[in-house]
Ligand binder design. Structure first.
Ligand code: OSB
Ligand code: MG
Length: 383
């Protein structure tokens, strides 16, 4: 890997700049309808919005961990504590900020990729806004729009089939259904019967074990593009064994927490497809490293989502413009999840295509009145 690969070909110049202030804001925004996965039913988003301020310019990042450790181990409270005690003070103390090295500079604080990404995303947005350039240009993103699919939560069978039909009619380029033991073959066969040709995938969010190989083998008859994270949320080994037992390609989500984990997963054959989430892997630079590795090895990858608000969603859209994101991602219309968003720009897909927000940075501005109305706490840390 070259020294410039973190930013790609279009470096905004990195003389470095100083951070004057960091704001940590916790927001709570209701979903329009509950989102049910094998790990539970979510009804609202609780997120940390990080704002980095520098000489009158500000940039934004959004967290993806939950209040309780349901998806990975990180929690909102744990991330806030780490941000306050270590990550923000370290950023404020830095003589010159270079977004390409910010997360590596936090290596002595182990793990916690989501907490680190929350702040690093704000640094990248601020950096791009200072340079007056769209973030995607600094990442080497070549497209001004991206194809997207939709992730559909678990619901009764007829409702699910109708919901898939609506998304297909809206032009989504791929449909992903959440499954768990006892809620898999029947619903999938019903969807396949109505939509024999669509690009269809499933996501188990770690609900199966190798004892379920009988059911997982039967997925092979459904022409799925891949099965996402069938086994334990931190496992690589059993996924590699499963890959020798089924024909459906395995895509990992939860288990891929860093570039090194992705490399290990590919080396042992634990997955053939990579779901990249900037929070889970520890930030933009980590995404870039995973991107370059997947391109080098010819492994298809796509940009996952965590039902983000507009800040996180806009970051995902910019990231997904990088050329290695070859499969449609999960960054669907914000209005599927939220009646009102914290950003002013509607992030809506039309015919399965999401436009990249234009303008400097991630290209969105805050809906301040709404933001204030959903804010639970705000704290500002200064140099
Ligand atoms: O496993 O991809 C996942 C949402 C929350 C947590 C985990 C996942 C998801 C989704 C929704 O599938 C993706 C989205 O619409 O943002
Ligand atoms: Mg997933």
């Amino acid at each position: 890997m070259t020294a410039t690969s973190a930013t790609g070909p279009a470096d905004a110049g990195s003389d470095g700049w100083r951070v004057d202030e960091v704001e940590l804001r916790v927001v709570r925004v209701p979903f329009r309808t509950p989102f049910r996965t094998s790990f539970g039913s979510e009804t609202e988003k609780v997120a940390i919005l990080a704002t980095v301020r520098s000489e009158g310019v500000e940039g934004y990042g959004e967290s993806v961990m939950e209040v309780l450790p349901l998806y990975r181990e990180e929690t909102v409270a744990g991330a806030l504590a780490l941000l306050r005690a270590a990550l923000v003070p370290s950023l404020l103390a830095a003589g010159a900020v270079d977004p390409r090295t910010v997360v590596d500079g936090w290596a002595r604080w182990r793990g916690n990729p989501m907490a680190k990404a929350t702040l690093e995303l704000a640094v990248w947005d601020c950096h791009a806004r200072r340079a007056g350039r769209p973030l995607r240009e600094l990442l080497g993103g070549e497209r001004s729009e991206i194809p997207v699919g939709a992730s559909i939560g678990m619901a009764p069978l007829t409702e699910t089939v109708a919901n898939v039909g609506r998304h297909v009619a809206q032009g989504y380029r791929r449909v992903k259904l959440k499954i768990e033991p006892g809620w898999d073959l029947e619903v999938l066969r019903a969807v396949r019967a109505e939509h024999p040709e669509i690009e269809l995938t499933v996501d188990a969010n770690s609900a199966y074990t190798l004892d379920d190989v009988g059911v997982l083998r039967q997925l092979d008859d459904l022409a799925l593009h891949y099965v996402e994270q069938p086994l334990h949320w931190d496992d690589l080994h059993d996924h590699a064994r499963l890959a020798t037992m089924i024909r459906t390609p395995i895509c990992l989500d939860e288990s891929l927490t860093s570039p090194a984990r992705v490399r290990a997963a590919l080396d042992i054959g634990a997955c053939a497809v990579v779901n990249v989430k900037v929070g889970r892997v520890g930030g933009v630079v980590a995404v870039r490293r995973i991107h370059d590795l997947c391109v080098e090895r010819g492994v298809p990858m796509w940009c996952g989502g965590m039902l983000e608000l507009g800040i996180g969603r806009a970051h995902n859209i910019h990231l997904a413009t990088m050329p290695g994101f070859t499969f449609p991602g999960d960054t669907a219309s914000a209005s599927r999840t939220y009646a009102r968003d914290v950003v002013e720009q509607p992030l809506e897909a039309v015919d399965g295509i999401m436009q990249v927000p234009r303008g400097p940075g991630i290209g969105v501005t805050l809906d301040r009145p709404f933001l204030d109305s959903v804010t639970e706490s705000v704290e500002r840390l200064r140099r």
